[in-house]
Design a protein around this ligand. Structure first.
Ligand SMILES: [Zn+2]
Ligand SMILES: [Zn+2]
Length: 303
């Protein structure tokens, strides 16, 4: 990039910076037009854009930190910083969303009508276009790097588009003479923001409470293990997420007559097979044991 502004080269960070720039623009335009026309829907959407900008910054910080290599203080890497960043984003969204919905409901309760002009429709339409574009670009980056925070942010952009569609509908309603349309749009925007936060926080809590991998991911790993020659059987396969990485461990049973060297080779093959089958960064620990009947009672209690 030429000029004074240099965009980060990492695709996830790059699209996030682009998103921040757009959110600042949308915030300024929506709030200006919102106050000039007295549209609560557009003002709510503008505050929404400001909160988006703040959460984008948190995502950016989380990604930067989450990518750091494992060190003495964080031997499993720094992925959970990214997860925590997602949690902060979600908490802020729930709070702001409920506040906006409350404000709009209160205006409706007081029976305050509003008739903002057609400018609201124009601004909302531009916002819908920008947000849908941001959703597609961010989802693309999220898939390529497997970042949960980035993926949450992508979906967030799409919710933003829906939120602006509500404002657009409210603007049209007001123009054709329905005085509550714009207020209702404000309430809908608030509830959408809160719902986006709720969806993200359930994912974050799943990871922070050591939630397991999705069934489909476990099945992919099982297929990879089954394809390794020398593996007689396996058990205690379990996995969890740490930010964008996965941690998996499994016990594999091998021929009891194998040498330590050969047994180790089988374990290396299992690790490699799982790594190659996984789209995302994955850390595998394999415990090798001889396929003997005496061992079975020992494992019966472990499950
Ligand atoms: Zn948003
Ligand atoms: Zn075992």
């Amino acid at each position: 990039m030429r000029g004074t502004l240099t965009l980060p080269t990492e695709p996830g960070a790059r699209i996030t910076v682009v998103g921040i720039a757009w959110n600042i623009t949308l915030f300024v335009v929506k709030l200006s037009v919102g106050f000039l026309t007295g549209s609560t829907g557009l003002i709510a959407d503008g505050i929404h854009s400001a909160s988006d900008m703040a959460t984008d910054l948190v995502v950016l910080g989380g990604m930067r930190f989450g990518r750091r290599r494992a060190d003495e203080s964080h031997p499993y890497g720094h992925g959970r910083f990214e997860t925590l960043a997602g949690g902060v984003v979600a908490g802020a969204l729930i709070l702001i969303g409920l506040l906006l919905a409350w404000e709009g409901s209160f205006a409706l309760y007081r029976g305050e009508e509003s008739f903002p002009g057609p400018a609201v429709i124009g601004v909302a339409a531009i916002s819908v276009g920008v947000k849908e574009w941001l959703y597609r670009r961010t989802a693309e980056s999220a898939r390529s790097v497997g970042s949960p925070a980035l993926y949450a942010n992508a979906w967030h952009h799409r919710t933003d588009a829906l939120s602006s569609i509500a404002v657009l509908a409210g603007g049209v309603g007001a123009v054709i003479g329905f005085g509550y349309a714009d207020r209702i749009a404000g309430v809908i925007v608030g509830l959408m923001v809160a719902a986006a936060g709720w969806r993200t926080i359930t994912r974050v809590l799943h990871e922070l409470t050591e939630g397991g991998l999705a069934r489909s991911e476990i099945e992919t790993i099982e297929e990879a293990i089954a394809g390794v020659s020398g593996v007689k059987a396996w058990h205690r396969l379990r996995g969890r997420r740490v930010g964008r990485e996965r941690f998996v461990d499994v016990h594999v049973l091998v021929d009891p007559e194998l040498s330590v060297v050969d047994g180790h080779r089988v374990s290396m093959d299992v690790e490699r097979a799982i790594r190659e089958a996984s789209r995302l960064p994955i850390n595998v620990t394999v415990h090798v044991e001889p396929e003997l009947d005496e061992l079975t009672p020992h494992h019966a209690e472990e499950g």
